[in-house]
Design a protein. Sequence first.
Length: 263
Amino acid sequence: MNSLCGLWHYRGFILGSVRREFQIKYLNSLLGACWAFLNPLAMILIYTVIFSQVMQGRLPANDNPLSYSFYLCTGILVWGLFSDVVGRAQSVFIEYANLLKKLQFPRICLPVIVVANALLHFVIVFGLFTFVLIVTNSFPGWPYIALLPVLLIQLLFSIGLGIGLGVLNVFFRDVGQFFGIGLQLWFWCTPIVYPLSMLPERVQPWLMLNPMARIIEADHQIIVAGEWPNWGDLLLPALLALLVCWWGMRTFKTHSAEMVDEL
């Protein structure tokens, strides 16, 4: 409750920081916020060319290049939100070290700023993607609203993991380096570029232990197949998200007073 009161009291600081970061990132560029969409679009085009042509008929979506592009777009954009939140959160306390030393404010404001910036970026990009789905008559219909609880699970998982790693990174700087390598491996262990059905059956259950694999599979089921997700498959990620969120907040509360001395 104290944390919530502190966040509300410093809401001006949070909103101002989000606005400032957005302006720094996009305001002085010719294309502005379009860069938020152009970067993932370039990646999607590269993967579409490589995997839909070079791999020929090995992908189920290869018969319909547009469908495979939507498959890629869904996975890459959702993964982008995850990596943006966790990637920024694990370095945010070090990034704002001078501010933490000079000003007194609730340190939890910094992860909130990170999440708000990532969500703003995601809303812009995914909004454009949704527009493309509508224009191409590929909008999934009512199952689209199921994205909200799926994204909520992902956000809880991302926030808890990011805050926990962010605190550890203050005391052990190797955490950030290992995380960068681990995130790349994690990407390829998640069915973003390839469908799960492409893998041998004996491997699939092991891959589904990855919580992001279940989350992105649910997103694919909603956007690409136009179906409601299998809620039972999301039970494990939901429980893990709550556990990781508890761990992240507990780690933050335990060591937040010591962080300034280490920065």
